[in-house]
Design a protein around this ligand. Structure first.
Ligand SMILES: Cc1ncc(COP(=O)(O)O)c(C=O)c1O
Length: 392
C-alpha cells in the first residue's frame, strides 16, 4: 500500500460542511460527523500539486478547458468502464445536482412528471419539485437487504405526462450496482413510452469489484441516444468543493437543449482549479482510488462485524458500491424522529436519516465510511453504548 488512510486529518476550522457545519445543522455539540458524502482523506498528491501549481501562478482569470482535460475524461471512461465516449458529448455543470435541475428544465415543462425510485438520493425529488414538476414514486423492493426494481409498478405509473426517469446508477442509498438485465429492461420500458433517462453515475468509480458498474448509455446506441449521464471526479477523488462535473450527452439535440439551459443560467465556465484537479486525478489517481476502496471495504467489514457482535439490532446491508453504509435500525422500534434524536443526542453521531430518501427509507440510517478506521471505531462504540442505555 502506497497510501496511509489511518492518519486522521483534522478538518475542524477548514470550512468543512461535514465537520464545521454539523453543530449548526443538527443543533448538537461534539458530534462525530459521518453524514454528507465527502471523504476525510487527502486527495492524491498529484492532484494537490496541480492545484498548488495553479495557485502559485497567482492569476485566476476566466478559464478554459484544455484538450488534455477532455482526453483525461475519455481515457478514464474507457479504461475504468470500457465505455468509449467522444469529446463533443462532454457537457459541463458545476455539480451533478445542478445538472439534474438543468435536465428537468431542459426536457420537461411545469406540471410534467418525473419518475424516481426511492429510497433514493433526496435531491432527485427536490429538483423536480422546486422546478414545479411532479414526482412519481416507483419504489424499490427490499428483499431481505437486496433491492430490486419493480417493473410492473413502473409500467402502471406511466402516462403521457411522464417525461423523465431519474436513475441512480450505482444506487444511493443502498450502495448497489444495477445488473445489465435490469438496466436493459428499464431502458426498454423508457424507450417504449418516450421517457428520457437521466442516469446519475457519480458513484460509478466507487465499486468494490472493479468493472462491475455498467454505464446505462453503454448498453446500446438506442439507450445512448435516449439518456444523459452525469459523471464527476468529486465523489471518486474527494473534489466536491471544486465544483466540477461532466455530463455526457451523445444525442446532439438533447445536448443542444442542455447547453441552452447552461447558457440561460450562465454557468458554463469552470473555476480555475476544477479542471486541473480533474485532469490530474483521472490521469494519476487510479492507484489511490484502488487503495481507498480497499481501505473502505475494511471499514465496512469492521462495522458489519462489530454491529453483528455487539449491536445485533443494527443490520448493515451488503454494499457493492459507494462509501455509504445503509443500516437497518428497524429492530430498535423507533419512529424516524426518535431515531434521529437517538443518534444525535444519545450516540453523538451525525448520520443521514433514511426518511429523507423517500418511501422505504424510514427506519434506516446512512453512515459515511470514508474516514480513518479509528473514527469508525469511535462511532461504533458510541452507538453501542447508546443502544445499551435503551435496554437497561
Ligand atoms: C447520487 C448523487 N448524485 C449527486 C450527488 C452530488 O453531486 P454534486 O455535489 O456534484 O452536486 C451526490 C452526493 O452525494 C449523490 O449521491
Amino acid at each position: 500500500m502506497k497510501y496511509n488512510f489511518d492518519t486522521v486529518v483534522d478538518r475542524m476550522k477548514s470550512s468543512s460542511v461535514k465537520w464545521d457545519g454539523a453543530e449548526a445543522l443538527f443543533g448538537e455539540k461534539d458530534l462525530l460527523p459521518l453524514w454528507v458524502a465527502d471523504m476525510d482523506f487527502k486527495v492524491p498528491e498529484e492532484v494537490s500539486k496541480a492545484v498548488a501549481d495553479k495557485a502559485a501562478h497567482g492569476i485566476f482569470g476566466y478559464t478554459i478547458r484544455e484538450e488534455s482535460y477532455y482526453q483525461s475524461i475519455m481515457d478514464w471512461m474507457k479504461t475504468r468502464h470500457n465505455w468509449t465516449i467522444e469529446k463533443e458529448w462532454i457537457c459541463h455543470s458545476p455539480g451533478v445536482v445542478t445538472a439534474l435541475s438543468l435536465a428537468v428544465q431542459a426536457y420537461t415543462n411545469p406540471g410534467d412528471k418525473v419518475i424516481v425510485q426511492p429510497p433514493v438520493y433526496y435531491p432527485f425529488m427536490k429538483v423536480t419539485e422546486t422546478n414545479d414538476r411532479e414526482v412519481v414514486y416507483n419504489p424499490l423492493v427490499n428483499n431481505n437487504g437486496t433491492y430490486e426494481m419493480d417493473f410492473e409498478d413502473l409500467v402502471s405509473k406511466i402516462d403521457e405526462t411522464v417525461k423523465l426517469l431519474m436513475l441512480c446508477n450505482p444506487h444511493n442509498p443502498g450502495g448497489f450496482v444495477w445488473k445489465k438485465e435490469d438496466l436493459q429492461r428499464l431502458g426498454d420500458i423508457c424507450m417504449e413510452h418516450g421517457i428520457l433517462v437521466i442516469s446519475d453515475e457519480i458513484h460509478s468509480d466507487l465499486v468494490f469489484k472493479k468493472g462491475s458498474h455498467v454505464p446505462f448509455a453503454s448498453l446500446s446506441e438506442q439507450f445512448a441516444q435516449n439518456s444523459i449521464t452525469s459523471t464527476a471526479p468529486s465523489k471518486t477523488f474527494n473534489l466536491a468543493g471544486l465544483q466540477t462535473s461532466n455530463i455526457i450527452i451523445p444525442n446532439e439535440k438533447l445536448r443542444e437543449k442542455f447547453m441552452a439551459e447552461t447558457d440561460r443560467n450562465a454557468i458554463g465556465m469552470p473555476n480555475s482549479f476544477g479542471p486541473v484537479a480533474t485532469e490530474a486525478a483521472y490521469t494519476h489517481g487510479a492507484q489511490w482510488l484502488d487503495e481507498v476502496m480497499s481501505y473502505i471495504e475494511g471499514n465496512l467489514k469492521f462495522i458489519t462485524d462489530y454491529f453483528a457482535e455487539n449491536v445485533p439490532a443494527l443490520k448493515v446491508l451488503p454494499l457493492e458500491a459507494t462509501y455509504l453504509a445503509w443500516i437497518d435500525c428497524s429492530e430498535l422500534g423507533m419512529t424516524p424522529e426518535e431515531l434521529e434524536t437517538f443518534f444525535l443526542s444519545k450516540a453523538h453521531v451525525a448520520l443521514n436519516q433514511g426518511k429523507v430518501f423517500g418511501p422505504g427509507g424510514e427506519g434506516f440510517v446512512r453512515m459515511n465510511l470514508a474516514c480513518s478506521r479509528s473514527i469508525v471505531e469511535k462511532a461504533a462504540k458510541q452507538i453501542k453504548d447508546a443502544v445499551n442505555t435503551l435496554s437497561v
